[in-house]
Design a protein around this ligand. Structure first.
Ligand SMILES: *Cc1c(COP(=O)(O)O)cnc(C)c1O
Length: 476
């Protein structure tokens, strides 16, 4: 009892702490209620610490008002760091789903900013002065770039597939090859999406081989559509056979059943012209005869999260009449960013300059290597004697299931823990310390090293400044 009273008496009162210069400054930055709250937390923590300490030295168990004010301010500062803050993506995966996929083009950022700040003709026909359609902002561009008759846009590609399935095959069957019953990370599993869309899944063929006759045998009065899914994030190799979309399209047409081709990533240009591996373009998928083609906005296309559906006019009109469309539609900010991104595709020669995703994918190896050589000393200095830094060759990935078996030769810095033991712990500790920086640095651990792949590093100076704040104590 006695010791409790004496402990309390050694902690200054909230009023006393509030009068300190540090607390006064905190009040102007964070507001009085937040500061009072933080002081209460800090004093409570101090009380708990003192209460639990048995033999505390007299000097150490007296708490000054300034110390509590400083603790409270530090807590408020840490808490004020936004969750949505920039990180350095040095994972080597350009389109990293967990890091927000595509980074937008400047033109898209400007368009989105205007859309946020001002009123805009979102569903308003400026020529006629009447209510217009939301999709009109991007429909023309999508048709122009894909050769499709009509187009619409929803929240993401998962939504695009859901809407198409529900509209064309609710209460009916959808035929899919067993080799294409995909799962994309985060619970997007084709069979489950089908169930939610009210569609009965009819699997044809086997995991490794599906023939045209397998599709033909299942087409009947209950068939709502045939679904072709691009194997985005895996490859089936060896004794395999799948039916090209063109052949399925012919079969579908002959049977009066629509073909939906889910391209996943989808690209609007031939990537081979930039030295990358050719990935089927949306225009090619449309030309092959798919009735509808779906693809993502924030994968290879390099725009904001969105799902596009392009194809036959009459089918797109049906999608737009589905009440689900309203629930899956996108907002004006993204629509504006999409329009600006799509416009960039009208000039493919300047696309690598303007579209960050393509710029990073095509970044010259020599440039990344030079960056690694330049940054090595700064990384070595910041990470200290416990780690050896080495400029290395490494391999980047496109990510988001695009071209899964392709890697891009890249360069970076490998950090090895020095010392006989606890190397794994030391590396994990370093990776954690890098994540606590003002702008967290995210690398990847591979072969007993922390690899910082520099392909996606654009702002070298900011990286060095940020790294210099890595504190020694955080590394241990
Ligand atoms: C990525 C992907 C999806 C999901 O797209 P989101 O835009 O992430 O919703 C669906 N199908 C395929 C084949 C994909 O690759």
């Amino acid at each position: 009892m006695e010791s409790e009273i004496s402990t309390l008496s050694r902690i200054p009162s909230v009023d006393e702490i509030l009068k300190t210069p540090a607390a006064q400054q905190a009040v102007t930055r964070f507001g009085r209620p937040r500061v009072v709250d933080a002081i209460r937390h800090a004093t409570a923590a101090a009380r708990r610490a003192m209460g639990s300490g048995e033999a505390v030295a007299p000097a150490a168990d007296t708490l000054s008002a300034d110390t509590v004010a400083a603790d409270a301010t530090a807590w408020l500062e840490a808490d004020a760091r936004p969750h949505a803050r920039a990180v350095f993506n040095l994972t080597g995966t350009v389109l990293h789903t967990n890091l927000g996929r595509a980074v937008l083009a400047e033109a898209a950022i400007e368009a989105a900013t205007i859309a946020m700040r001002e009123a805009l003709a979102l569903e308003f026909d400026l020529a006629r002065g009447q209510r217009g359609e939301r999709d009109a902002m991007v429909r023309g561009l999508l048709c122009e770039l894909t050769g499709a008759e009509d187009a619409t846009v929803v929240n993401n590609n998962a939504a695009a597939v859901l809407l198409a399935l529900n509209t064309l095959a609710k209460g009916k069957e959808a035929i899919v090859s067993r080799g294409e019953l995909i799962e994309i990370g985060g619970a997007f599993r084709m069979p489950e999406i089908m169930a939610r869309a009210g569609v009965k899944l009819v699997e044809v063929g086997t995991t490794n081989r599906t023939h045209e006759k397998d599709y033909a045998a299942e087409i009947g009065p209950k068939t709502g559509l045939i679904l072709k899914v691009h194997p985005s994030n895996y490859r089936i190799e060896g004794f395999t056979k799948s039916v090209p979309a063109g052949s399925i399209a012919a079969l579908a047409r002959a049977s009066h059943v629509p073909l939906l081709n889910d391209l996943g990533s989808g690209t609007l240009v031939d990537l081979a012209r930039y030295g990358l591996t050719h990935e089927q373009t949306v225009a090619e998928a449309v030309a092959e005869g798919a009735d509808l083609v779906t693809f993502s906005g924030d994968k290879l296309l390099g725009g904001p999260q969105a799902g596009f559906i392009v194809g036959r006019r009459e089918l797109i009109a049906r999608l737009n009449r589905n009440p689900m469309k309203r629930a899956l539609r996108i907002d004006k900010i993204r629509l504006a960013a999409i329009e600006a991104t799509l416009r960039l595709y009208r000039d493919p020669d300047r696309l690598t300059e303007r579209l960050p995703t393509l710029r990073m994918l095509t970044r010259p190896l020599a440039e990344i290597e030079a960056l690694a050589a330049r940054l090595k000393p700064a990384v070595a200095a910041a990470t200290g004697a416990g780690f050896a830094a080495e400029a290395i060759a490494c391999a980047s990935q496109i990510g988001s299931g695009s071209l899964p078996s392709e890697t891009l030769p890249s360069a970076g810095i490998a950090l090895h823990a020095v010392g006989a033991r606890g190397k794994g712990r030391a590396l994990a500790g370093l990776a954690a310390a890098l994540r606590t920086l003002d702008r967290p640095v995210i690398g990847r651990i591979e072969n007993d090293a922390l690899i910082l792949d520099l392909r996606c590093l654009a702002d070298e100076a900011a990286f060095v400044r940020n790294l210099a704040t890595l504190r020694g104590e955080e590394r241990n």
